[in-house]
Design a protein around this ligand. Structure first.
Ligand code: NAD
Length: 290
């Protein structure tokens, strides 16, 4: 299959490399000067998109996605599919979907979870939104780049699933970290806290799999001086997208709102930039109630 790939950064580059390795003809474009094994680079997004059966985008945000879509959609052949794997706001995903469908194209929003390790290893999870026909066209490529793809519903449903999941993740991480900090102050040993909670009703992915306390539970960024992992600023980006969606859908999300405010404070006013999102534990540890 001829595939256009636009946005070859930390995630896009290994995803494109895996498609090329699987035998597809991959033509790429990025604003930055990048070279990827097996990928032919072009001078513009339109050039990468021309004649491609599928065009994949992996870009920083919705504004950039809309700008790239303006260049790429007119260059694509009717019946081809535009598959956006970036994490963007639901409104941008739906707007680009409408534009693509209006031009006779298929569209799938397919944000991922699994991070750069999942992108390199071809083990990402895709959360997809679009028609059955559009999903079917993209599915063989999801199989190469990932281990699981869930068709969540119509266009925008993939982004909706992603930001709801990550809102739970942010809120749960904060709850886990503040509970550890409270347990410390109550004189409770962290290992005992883990042993109880990880097998009781307070268990969660953030406690059991990604424990924010160093030396406790399976290996996690806490055991590597809180180097990401999943950076606090990326969590903040996703929490902002969930709040933007909550405002536009008129949903009451007070926990998500507070999680956004805490991560914003951590990243923008404290020392959270560049730290893993689980570094909220040492943050709470240093603080007292007032
Ligand atoms: P990145 O900044 O490393 O890559 C983005 C790439 O897009 C860059 O190479 C940049 O030069 C390019 N770009 C920007 N504007 C462009 C334009 N107009 N035309 C062409 N190329 C352009 O970011 P990333 O970590 O690869 O993340 C990409 C997306 O994936 C984001 O939406 C992010 O939220 C999401 N995501 C990232 C992770 C992660 O762990 N990094 C995990 C899940 C989802």
């Amino acid at each position: 299959m001829k595939i256009g790939f636009i946005g070859l950064g930390n995630m896009g580059a290994p995803m494109a490399a895996n498609l090329a390795k699987a035998g597809h003809q991959v033509v790429g474009f990025d604003m930055a000067n990048v070279a990827i094994d097996g990928v032919t680079m072009t001078a513009s997004g339109a050039e990468a998109a021309a004649g491609a059966e599928v065009v994949i985008t992996m870009l920083p945000n919705g504004e950039i996605l809309r700008a790239v879509a303006d260049q790429v959609i007119p260059a694509m052949d009717a019946g081809a599919a535009l598959v956006d794997c970036s994490t963007v706001d639901v409104d941008s995903a739906r707007a680009v979907a409408d534009q693509a469908v209006g031009a006779g194209l298929l569209f799938v929003d397919a944000p991922v979870s699994g991070g750069t390790g999942g992108a390199a290893g071809g083990t990402l999870t895709f959360m997809a939104g679009g028609t059955d026909e559009a999903f079917a066209k993209a599915a063989p490529l999801f199989d190469i780049m990932g281990q699981k793809a869930v068709h969540c519903g119509a266009a925008g449903a993939g982004q909706s699933a992603k930001i709801c999941n990550n809102m739970i993740l942010g809120v749960t991480m904060l709850a886990t970290c503040e509970a550890f900090a409270l347990a410390d102050k109550l004189g409770l040993d962290r290992q005992k806290m883990f042993d109880v909670v990880s097998t009781s009703s307070g268990y969660s992915w953030t406690m059991n799999t990604y424990c924010p306390a160093p030396g406790v539970g399976p290996k996690s960024p806490a055991d590597n001086e809180y180097k990401p992992g999943f950076a606090a600023e990326l969590m903040l980006k996703d929490l902002r997208l969930s709040q933007q969606a909550a405002v536009s859908a008129n949903a009451d999300t007070p926990m998500g709102e507070l999680a956004q405010a805490l991560y914003a404070q951590f990243v923008e006013e404290e020392d959270g930039q560049g730290m893993d999102f689980s570094a909220m534990l040492p943050r709470f540890e240093k603080r007292s109630r007032a």
